[in-house]
Design a protein around this ligand. Structure first.
Ligand code: AMP
Length: 121
């Protein structure tokens, strides 16, 4: 699947649409989900143009991959939901069957309360 430069997260990265920023560095941006499903619901996205996790792992540089996964854990600490603080769920939807709506790789961070069953219909 080709990357769609006009997806909503690409627009956020270009500053065309605002976001409630949590954290940013050269490799990633994290912001609050616009439609939170739990008390805390954040998103972490790479700055590079990757459709999903498969695209990212196949095409990103090692540094981008390392920095991305480090950022997920860092954002969990910033939001005070790390393992030491109650825990959280990090989740990425991939493709049609995975329920992915925005075609730019993102991990959700859910926390601040019990997240519930792992999979629902
Ligand atoms: P997914 O179904 O995994 O692709 O999740 C996409 C997520 O992006 C959903 O949880 C949406 O609520 C969220 N979302 C869509 N547009 C925005 C936006 N402008 N700012 C923040 N979150 C958004």
């Amino acid at each position: 699947m080709a990357y769609d430069k006009n997806n909503i997260f690409a627009k956020i990265l270009r500053g065309e649409i605002p976001c409630k920023k949590i954290y940013e560095n050269d490799f990633v941006l994290s912001f609050h989900d616009i439609n939170p499903q739990k008390k805390i619901h954040a998103l972490v996205i790479p700055k590079g143009s990757y459709v999903n996790l498969d695209d990212f792992i196949q095409n990103a540089k090692e540094k981008e991959i390392t920095e991305f996964f480090k950022a997920i854990s860092h954002v969990a600490k910033l939001l005070e939901v790390s393992n030491a603080e109650g825990g959280y769920r990090a989740l990425s939807n991939i493709g049609k069957n995975g329920g992915q709506e925005v075609p730019h790789l993102h991990f959700h961070i859910f926390g601040g309360e019990k997240v519930g069953k792992m999979v629902s219909n």
